[in-house]
Design a protein around this ligand. Structure first.
Ligand code: GLP
Length: 266
């Protein structure tokens, strides 16, 4: 895994936006996997800012969400469809059909999951997957102890995740209990993975993902199997790491991300 540690959350957004923008400059029709939650918001706003100033054309992207809550209609303000409409469809200037979200309002959720896998495949697979990480090590909504080769499916949210996400809802009991999420096997098929984490509350999950064993109890640890996974962390999110060698950006060693690149962690 390639670990990049930068001083602040704002630096995480800038660095990660550079990686995404470089990819889009190479291939305007990039298929982008888009996480929701608070972690990637700074990336999306930085990309939208560059588009607004005229330095970045995002109109040819195709985007796939990682997950969606079961029981929230797409129009519900806390649905991930609504989040992506606010943070991506409109600010990126995309035609709505260019951002796909698992259809968690369908009666047959297994069929919806299967169709979602097929739509990713039909788009040629995901070129660059943006990820956050849950405090329990989840990615997408693959909670501990998801199968490391899981595919898009219906699954239950853990008590920890429902507590963490209660801040987005009026009342804790309004947090849905289930979701449709891409599986860990699905995520591993993305050609490049870019995980961002900010803040001390993510430090333990980041340390388990990077330095712990590959284990279903920390789903993000499966990224150790990915040939091209980059983690961009602020100092606080990196504070649980103990194997320092290679975790710091190496000055002057460009990787195309605009801030000097990083040394390989392994
Ligand atoms: C959410 C999402 C994940 C996200 C994670 C962290 O519930 N399903 O895709 O990465 O949990 O959320 P946040 O970025 O708000 O801390």
């Amino acid at each position: 895994m390639d670990i990049v540690i930068v001083p602040t959350a704002a630096d995480v957004a800038t660095y990660a936006a550079d990686v995404v923008a470089d990819r889009i400059a190479e291939e305007p029709g990039t298929v982008l996997g888009v996480a929701t939650g608070s972690s990637p918001v700074g990336i999306y706003r930085e990309l939208a800012r560059r588009r607004a100033e005229g330095s970045l054309d995002l109109a040819h992207l195709t985007c796939f969400a990682l997950d969606e809550y079961v029981g929230l209609a797409p129009e519900h303000p806390r649905s991930y469809a609504a989040y992506l409409d606010r943070e991506i469809v409109r600010p990126f200037g995309l035609a709505p059909g260019r951002v796909r979200v698992p259809d968690a309002s369908r009666a047959d959720l297994e069929e919806a999951a299967e169709e979602y896998e097929q739509s990713i495949a039909a788009a040629g697979g995901i070129d660059l997957q943006i990820l956050g990480i849950g405090t329990n090590g989840h990615i997408g909504f693959n909670e501990p102890v998801s199968s490391l080769s899981s595919r898009t499916r219906v699954t239950a949210l853990s008590a920890q995740t429902r507590t963490d996400n209660a801040r987005f809802f009026d009342r804790p009991q309004d947090v849905p209990t289930h979701c449709l999420t891409q599986g860990l096997g699905t995520i591993l098929e993305a050609r490049r993975v870019l995980l961002v984490a900010q803040g001390e509350r993510k430090a333990a999950a980041v340390a388990a993902a990077v330095e712990g064993p590959v284990a279903a109890r920390c789903p993000a640890s499966v990224l150790q199997f990915h040939p091209r996974a980059t983690l961009v962390l602020d100092e606080d999110a990196a504070s649980g790491l103990t194997l320092e060698n290679g975790h710091r950006p190496v000055p002057g060693r460009g990787d195309g991300a605009g801030q000097g690149g990083s040394g390989p962690a392994s």
